[in-house]
Design a protein around this ligand. Structure first.
Ligand code: ADP
Length: 485
């Protein structure tokens, strides 16, 4: 019997195996949502040294996937895990992926990131051919995978296997483009036809994301607002030109939140579960967080502001640092969880000394702490300069922790701003410290009004951003491209 055509997701991270941010969460949820709708799906991702395989054992499928890169004869090993019935394939090549981090260390990007992901994308194409299962759609995510739609674009003409395959290129963060020196263009194996300013060339450099954007059948990004924003220079990061050319094929599909993992009614990391109807557990979570982070007991009756995310300018951590001295004049607590550059981390550590007991800075990447802070805080801070979708604010809403956020990207699509009667959070128009501080002050004054706050918390907790909805939109898009699934 012929195997049914499938959707093949290609990604550089996938929760729970690997995750450095929202991309990992999305890839842990979207393929599964489609699988549950009965769509045949598989995922291909790298086999990193720091892969978490505790709950899903891996088995070796082949040691001989011929990648022939960087020289003839080089092979990849392919492993497979069964993720709730969904096959996940891992491309292994120790010299490229068996490292402490995924893409970079404190000292910057790995010097061979281009080669690493050329290898990965070539392996994906080879492995798909070896599987001998028709690929109805190859869905690439971010620059690390962007060569896949580019390869398929050219392979369609050469190999019947790819003739019917449709491709999508999803942008999770346009700031990361995979821009490398021209000489690496030769490594990609793309034909000269691709060396063009409407394809892989970008101001004389190789730009992998641009190759994907220009050569995929459709381009998607992770919220409707971001899909509009990236057409202009402020958010386009130099890609506004090519994106405008592809505008008719550009779609903004809002991510969902995975409520199997992020729901205070069933969260396995928090001290007590709770719901919109009964918030007693949230108080217990707050008390437990105060103890765990060695904060002052006095904070039990005061608002605690939480921040979770990469300690980068994108996330506006510098804005938070700038207003901290002003902010800490109030009777509040602040909890920050994140990883970033050493200077930012050191600065925050200095402040932690000054505001002992009221400011807790947790440097590192700790999944359980992210849940504990979502549940234990009163207000969530998200002063992002840009935000393609943002997941942490969706989680904050569900955990009854109204966000204070910039009016950008997915934050606009998910937060109903105060003072609307339907408000679920607070937004400020531009990433400026004064506006941020003033908006936090507004949030603190609403917090003082117990009745108004309780109503807002309840509204926030009943917001739902499901993956089922997002998955249906992706499916509709795939079918509109002519994919037979
Ligand atoms: P981005 O993808 O831009 O980093 P998102 O808000 O879309 O931002 O997703 C971030 C995800 O990464 C969330 O699941 C968040 O809880 C998690 N996260 C970010 N930083 C940390 C950290 N230091 N420790 C644990 N989880 C983190």
């Amino acid at each position: 019997m012929p195997k049914p055509p499938m959707v093949l997701f290609v990604t550089s991270e996938m929760f729970p195996f690997s995750k450095s941010g929202g991309l990992g969460d999305v890839m842990g949820a979207l393929p599964l949502a489609l699988h549950k709708m009965g769509v045949p799906v598989a995922v291909v991702t790298p086999f990193y040294g720091r892969l978490s395989t505790r709950d899903f054992p891996l088995r070796l499928v082949t040691e001989h996937c011929p990648v022939n890169y960087p020289w003839p004869g080089v092979q990849a090993e392919i492993y497979q895990a069964d993720y709730h019935g969904l096959p996940v394939y891992f491309v292994a090549r120790a010299e490229y992926f068996d490292r402490r981090m995924y893409y970079n260390t404190h000292n910057g990007d790995y010097f061979d990131n281009c080669e690493r992901f050329i290898f990965f994308c070539r392996a994906v194409v080879q492995w798909a051919e070896m599987l001998e299962r028709p690929v109805a759609v190859a869905a690439a995510n971010d620059w690390q995978t962007a060569l896949v739609p580019a390869y398929i674009h050219y392979l369609r003409q050469e190999k019947p296997f790819w003739a019917e395959t449709k491709t999508t290129m999803t942008i999770h963060n346009l700031a990361f483009q995979g821009r490398f020196a021209f000489r690496l263009f030769h490594h990609t194996g793309l034909p000269w036809d691709a060396w063009h300013m409407d394809r892989a060339e970008f101001f004389g450099d190789l730009n992998l994301l641009k190759a994907g954007i220009s050569l995929a059948d459709a381009v998607t990004t992770v919220s409707p607002s971001y899909a509009r924003e990236i057409l202009g220079p402020r958010f386009g990061y130099g890609m506004e030109g090519i994106l405008t050319k592809r505008q008719a094929h550009l779609h903004g599909i809002l991510n969902g939140a995975d409520y199997q993992v992020w729901d205070p009614m069933r969260d396995k990391y928090i001290t007590a579960t709770y719901s919109a109807e009964d918030l007693e557990g949230k108080k217990l979570c707050k008390r437990a967080m105060i103890r765990e982070l060695f904060m002052s007991d006095l904070l039990e009756d005061k608002p605690i502001l939480g921040f979770i995310g990469r300690l980068r300018r994108q996330k506006g951590i510098d804005l938070l640092i700038e207003i901290l001295p002003q902010l800490m004049k109030r009777e509040i607590g602040v909890v920050i969880l994140g990883e970033g550059n050493l200077r930012t981390e050191a600065k925050l550590m200095d402040y932690m000394e000054i505001y002992q007991g009221r400011l807790s800075v947790q440097v590192g990447y700790t999944e359980d702490l992210a849940h504990i802070i979502q549940a234990g805080s009163d207000i969530f801070l998200m002063p992002s300069r840009y935000e393609p979708c943002g997941l942490t604010q969706m989680y904050a809403l569900r955990y009854g922790t109204p966000p204070v956020a910039t009016a950008v990207g997915g934050l606009m699509d998910t937060i109903a701003p105060y003072p609307s009667p339907a408000a679920t959070g607070f937004v400020f128009p531009r990433p400026e410290p004064d506006l941020f501080l003033r908006t936090i002050e507004t949030a603190l004054s609403v917090w003082e009004d117990k009745k108004a706050w309780a109503a807002m918390v309840k509204r926030a907790m009943t917001q739902t951003f499901t993956w089922e909805g997002a998955a249906s939109e992706y499916l509709e898009l795939f079918r509109s491209l002519g994919a037979e699934i």
